[in-house]
Design a protein around this ligand. Structure first.
Ligand code: ZN
Length: 163
């Protein structure tokens, strides 16, 4: 496993749509392991493949630090409710913004064995799923921010999760 460098805002790879995964090759397994390691190293709760420069529809999410989820070709199948809160992104380190997202989503995807899975999330998990899936279509949370993107003080942001 290896830590990969995280692409930052302004890198054109972050604005491109990603391709579906048709087969989990050894290279994809390695990518997923690296994405998890890179996410944990950066103290993030989610990471999408384009954030490490790979235009494939793969995201990893772990909102508790103990529950890694690997989502391949994910799609949101249901969403409801609303939450408005702080959001950040590992591709915009030290920044945050207020974004409204659904409070509850259901998502279908494939796991690392390419078996179909279904996940459901509320609150931070719902926010992370929406945020990461947007990355796969080349979208960043900055497009949705209410007001300005602001600077986050590094010591004061325990509630600001970067995805
Ligand atoms: Zn992000």
């Amino acid at each position: 496993m290896a830590i990969r460098s995280i692409r930052e805002f302004g890198d054109p790879v972050l604005n491109k749509p990603c391709k579906e995964v048709t087969e989990v090759t050894p290279r994809i397994r390695e990518l997923v392991e690296d994405m998890l390691e890179t996410m944990y190293e950066a103290n993030g709760v989610g990471l999408a493949a384009p954030q490490v420069g790979v235009l494939k529809r793969i995201v990893v999410i772990d909102v508790t630090g103990e529950d890694p989820m690997i989502l391949i070709n994910p799609k949101i199948t249901e969403s409801d409710g609303e939450q408005t809160g702080n959001e950040g992104c590992l591709s915009l380190p030290g920044k945050g913004g207020i974004v409204t997202r659904p409070n509850h989503v259901k998502c279908s995807a494939f796991n690392i064995e390419m078996e179909p899975i279904e996940i459901e999330g509320e609150e931070l998990l719902a926010r992370a799923i929406c945020h990461e899936l947007d990355h796969l279509d080349g979208h960043l949370y900055t497009e949705l921010v209410e007001g300005e993107v602001y600077d986050v003080k590094p010591e004061a942001d325990e509630d600001d999760e970067e995805v």
